[in-house]
Structure formats: structure tokens, C-alpha cells
Design a protein around this ligand. Structure first.
Ligand code: TYD
Ligand code: MG
Length: 454
């Protein structure tokens, strides 16, 4: 029988069957220690040696009361939460340092407190005075939020036990320190232990716990995603530095739809809700320019328009540049290859830059056609008509697949004054809007119809 791994690296969580001084996985020294097995006695003995207690089994048909929810009153936040904050739940809010997580959660804490919840905000990064100063700037000083500046998890849990709040915010999980774990704060073992303690505390006591998590350079919440598995809901707070727009995105939600987004704007007085994101993301658009294309997208449950901008220029490098912001780099390479192979538009020797305006990040495959349109438009130096939106997925064969929720996309475009849409050919006729809908069977037809015979 293979020996179960019982040694673990406290830096990267890799598991080994034997001890060594240096972790083979991450190269750190003196981070490997033995993990104690669940059963008493040596690890080689089976679990059966000691009897556990029997579990209480219930039927699937047993009716459960839906969990109680509280609305914050901030529509953009409540929607991402799936209709408000759920009691006895654990949430993780991840994002780059400085993106506005503390600001968002302090504002949310104040809202929930005003709506009658008892809220405790624990900051492990800032002193209570600093948090109070921020609250002053945000105009929240009258909100009955309880503050603490602490990193010792044992003291925090004791306080929570005594105070029994409805909501506790931990800012951030990387600063928390559990004294029963021998590792530095911020290490995988500490983050995992702290998140585990807080999550089980939330379930046991019926309170909602929100943990802030800083994201590492690779875009992961430190602690190889262990925290993501533990909690009920994972929200990411995204945005580009230099742009005021921030997007709160649900990437996992046990109590509501994932992929839902909320849009905020960072102002001098904190985060403001953006009720009409399409109008905002298109606000900087001037008259039609080559390389600019408006994509009619869907984010979660609602339509959202945004602008793709492409620039194509002769490359001085032997390996031309491909630079993307707000869209997947691999997907761009695929679209460039399909344009060349199936529509006869080569990009050899050309640098390609692609950007989504306003700091928005798009991941829908339906944006393929808008990206292709922006690339060809930039390359040919020919603008698309100003009042035109584009959407549709491109397959490797050069065919176009219709996107879901076509009608919602068209309605949003109509609302914002667009008169034309270019999309894939759909089997059934789409509902009625005043837009002229041009349906294309494949990429080659799209290129010749829009940019002329080549
Ligand atoms: P913060 O919430 O501290 O970020 P995080 O907790 O994710 O690290 O936000 C920091 C940035 O937000 C900082 O650069 C200043 C800016 N900011 C505003 O523009 N307006 C405001 O009202 C506040 C409080 C912060
Ligand atoms: Mg912070």
C-alpha cells in the first residue's frame, strides 16, 4: 500500500511522505513539518481503531427554511451577494492591494449596521484611528459599527463569542495569526487555519463573516486557493489603477448566481454605485475611429455594453508584440490565427494591441466577433459605423455561433441609441427592436461585408 503523505510545507502546502530540509516544490528551507493524523496512534493504523460517533442522517426531501437574508440597500452589492447577506455564511472578498476592498467593506458595514445588524469590523492592517479617519472621509461616523484593530485570532474569536454580532468583517485574512499554528502570519498554514476557524465559527454561531484577501501577482488569493474552497461565497474586486471604475464580481456563490457583477466608481468620498454601467463605459467614445468597436455583452444577469480598442502597427521586432488589457491573451492569439487562416487577414510582422475601455474585464466568448472586428478595423484603418454593436462567438473553423440572450443585448443597445447590430446567424428570429440586425454565417463573410472585398 502506498504510504499516505504526512509531511507538509508550510509555505506552499505541498505534501511529502518524508521530511527534508528544503521543500522540493517551492525551494523554501525549514518549512516542512509532520502533519498529525486524525486517528490516535501511529498514522499507519487505520481510522477504525478508534470509534467515532454516528452521524445524524436526514432525507433529501426534508424541507429546509431558506436562510435569512439582509439587504444592504446598495443595489450593486446586494445583487452580487445573490439578494443580500446570508446569515451563518463565510465570504471572501479578494482583490489587488489598494483597489478599494477596505473602503467597500467599511461602507457595506455602515449600511448593514444602519439596517439593524450588529457589525464588528476587525482591522489587522490599520489602527482603529486610521479606520475612523477613513470613516470620517466617507461620511460614516454616525453609523453604529464596532471597530477593533487586532491580529490575534484567539482574542478576536473570544470577543465575537462575547459580543455575538450578526456580521464580522476581517480585514485582512493574511494579517491574522492563530497561535496554535507555527508559521508566520500570511503563510499558507496561517491563512488556512484562520479561514477555517472563522468559517466554522460563522456556521456554529450563525453569524456572517466576511474575510478580505489580498491577491498575489498570479491573480490567486494567497494560500493555494484553500480559502476559496472553504467559504460559501467568493467575490473579486477588480479594476485598473488610473481608472475610477471598480467591478465586484461573484466567482463562487452557494446562495446565488455566480458571474454576477456590481459596478462602482471610486470618488473622493468613497465608492459610488453605477446604475447604468453601459453608458459609463461608453462615455469616453468620440466619433467613429478605426479599431474601436462596441461589444454588446452580458455580465451575470444583465446586459452591458463596452468598447474594444485595437491598434495594429508594423513591428520593428522579429517577434511582433501582442499586448492585451481586459481580455484573454490566449483567446486573442486564437482569433488572430482564425482571421488569417479562414478570412485571409494576416497579422504577420504587425504589433497588435487590444484594450477594453474603462478598465472593464471581459471573459465572454461572445466578444470574439467584436475583437475580430476591432482588429480588422485597425489593420484596414476603416471605422465601423458609429451606431453599431457587434457580438458572436468564433469557432476554429471560422464559423460564427450565436450568443445567448440576443434579445437582451439588442434591447440594451437600443436603449443607448445604437441603430445597428452585427451578430451570428441564429436559427430563430429574435424579438422585436428597432435595430437593424445583420446576421453573418461566418467570419469570412463578415470581413467582406463590413470591410469590402479584399
Ligand atoms: P483601500 O480600500 O484602502 O484598498 P484595499 O483595502 O483594497 O487595499 O483603498 C485605497 C485606495 O482608494 C487609495 O488609493 C485611495 C482610494 N480612495 C479614494 O479614492 N477615495 C476614498 O474615499 C477612499 C477612502 C479611498
Ligand atoms: Mg485594505
Amino acid at each position: 500500500m502506498a504510504k499516505a503523505p504526512s509531511f507538509k510545507c508550510s509555505a506552499c502546502a505541498a505534501q511529502f511522505t518524508k521530511w527534508s530540509g528544503r521543500c522540493e516544490n517551492c525551494g523554501e528551507w525549514n518549512t516542512i513539518s509532520e502533519e498529525k493524523a486524525l486517528s490516535s496512534g501511529p498514522a499507519s493504523k487505520s481510522l477504525g481503531a478508534r470509534r467515532g460517533k454516528s452521524l445524524v442522517l436526514t432525507d433529501l426531501a426534508t424541507q429546509e427554511e431558506p436562510p435569512a437574508r439582509t439587504l444592504s440597500g446598495v443595489g450593486e452589492l446586494d445583487r452580487v451577494l445573490g439578494g443580500g447577506l446570508v446569515e451563518a455564511s463565510a465570504l471572501l472578498v479578494g482583490g489587488d492591494p489598494g483597489i478599494g476592498k477596505s473602503t467597500l467593506l467599511l461602507q457595506a458595514a455602515a449600511r448593514f449596521a444602519r439596517n439593524g445588524l450588529k457589525v464588528i469590523y476587525v482591522s489587522g492592517e490599520e489602527a482603529a484611528g486610521q479606520v475612523r479617519m477613513r470613516a470620517q472621509r466617507l461620511g460614516l461616523t454616525k453609523s453604529p459599527v464596532h471597530l477593533a484593530a487586532e491580529t490575534n485570532l484567539r482574542d478576536i474569536l473570544t470577543t465575537l463569542e462575547e459580543e455575538n454580532p450578526d456580521l464580522c468583517i476581517i480585514d485582512s485574512i493574511q494579517t491574522m495569526w492563530a497561535d496554535n499554528v507555527e508559521a508566520a502570519p500570511g503563510s499558507v498554514s496561517q491563512v488556512r487555519a484562520a479561514a477555517h476557524e472563522l468559517t466554522s465559527f460563522a456556521k456554529r454561531k450563525g453569524i456572517a463573516v466576511v474575510m478580505v484577501g489580498h491577491v498575489t501577482k498570479e491573480g490567486q488569493i494567497a494560500g493555494p486557493r484553500v480559502v476559496e474552497h472553504m467559504v460559501d461565497t467568493v467575490l473579486y474586486f477588480e479594476g485598473e489603477r488610473g481608472h475610477p471604475f471598480r467591478i465586484l464580481r461573484a466567482v463562487k456563490n452557494r446562495f446565488g448566481p455566480a458571474d454576477e457583477i456590481g459596478v462602482f466608481e471610486m470618488t473622493g468620498k468613497g465608492l459610488a454605485e453605477v446604475k447604468n454601467p453601459s453608458a459609463l463605459f461608453l462615455s469616453e467614445r468620440g466619433k467613429p475611429t478605426a479599431g474601436s468597436v462596441v461589444f454588446a455583452g452580458i455580465e451575470g444577469s444583465r446586459p452591458m455594453l463596452c468598447e474594444f480598442q485595437a491598434l495594429v502597427a508594423p513591428s520593428p521586432h522579429s517577434q511582433p508584440r501582442r499586448t492585451v488589457v481586459g481580455w484573454d491573451g490566449g483567446r486573442l492569439a486564437m482569433i488572430l490565427a482564425v482571421l488569417e487562416a479562414r478570412a485571409g487577414v494576416p497579422f504577420i510582422g504587425l504589433d497588435v494591441y487590444l484594450n477594453v475601455a474603462g478598465g472593464m474585464r471581459v471573459s465572454e466568448p461572445a466578444a470574439d466577433l467584436a475583437v475580430a472586428a476591432a482588429l480588422v478595423s485597425a489593420r484596414e484603418d476603416a471605422a465601423l459605423p458609429a451606431e453599431c454593436v457587434v457580438f458572436g462567438e468564433i469557432s476554429l473553423s471560422g464559423g460564427l455561433r450565436p450568443a445567448a440572450q440576443t434579445e437582451n443585448r439588442l434591447k440594451e443597445a437600443e436603449k443607448l441609441g445604437f441603430t445597428q447590430a452585427i451578430a451570428a446567424q441564429a436559427a430563430k428570429q429574435q424579438g422585436s427592436t428597432s435595430l437593424t440586425l445583420k446576421q453573418m454565417p461566418d467570419l469570412a463573410t463578415f470581413v467582406t461585408q463590413v470591410f469590402g472585398e479584399r
